[in-house]
Design a protein around this ligand. Sequence first.
Ligand SMILES: [Fe+2]
Ligand SMILES: [Fe+2]
Length: 282
Amino acid sequence: MSMTPQEVIQNLGDLPPLPQVATRAIRISADSDSSSKQLQNLIRTDQALSGQLLRIANSAMFGRMREVATLTEAILTLGFSTARSVVIASSLKNLYSRGPASQKERILWEHALTTAITGTAISKALRFPVTEEVFLAGLMHDIGKSAMVLKFPESYVPLLRRIHDQGEDGLALEVDAFGFDHAMVGEALVRSWNLAEGIEAAVRWHHDPLQAPPTRRRSVALVALGNQVAIDLQIGIGSPDALAGATRGAMEILGLDEGAYQEHRVGALEALERDRTLVSDF
Ligand SMILES: [Fe+2]
Ligand SMILES: [Fe+2]
């Protein structure tokens, strides 16, 4: 029997807080004119972040027409919510790269970014209206793994290695060893951070999208497909076969037959190729 998020939290003890920059970014509301200025001021405090935002605004993912050189232009190009997502993502990267297993964490981060980029590409191809949510949810979907690396370095890092080397079903191994899996930990974490419900749903159900609340199912499905593409490319920890059920569920939710899925996959791989430097430089 699986634990409730509350029980998971009790088992985990203190959870890592959402980084301060992310907290501030989330608090900047999307609806006032002063928001864009506030976001710019927040970004300006961090040199690396400013550079990342410009790079992303200039990436193929956002279909740039000409060089974007200033933060103001970058936010305009990306749109306010995406720019805010990037700020949150960038501060999360620091969360991913703490802890003792830096090599593993780098893989987790590249996996998150690849999932976000390919999920977003499929989302755009399907003209799904909440592309930013898919991007952010893609970045966060395995945040539970990072939390487990931080919390249980001695037991979880070897487990990840086993999953990586032997291609076993990670979720089942996690439940065997801890009584919960990274999706449950991620849900508890995202809930403690008070993030959007759509993100919480993707974190919880990306391995079983049909279980997600109906209004969230499509964005969860897009994250699941991004996850499959990333693992197929061996960017991440896990075996492609272990995701077959999730991917079938996602295809059903999005109404994709095998042909349509393969077509979107190719499109997602092209998007990733165009934004390759985004993954390597972020
Ligand atoms: Fe996962
Ligand atoms: Fe994943």
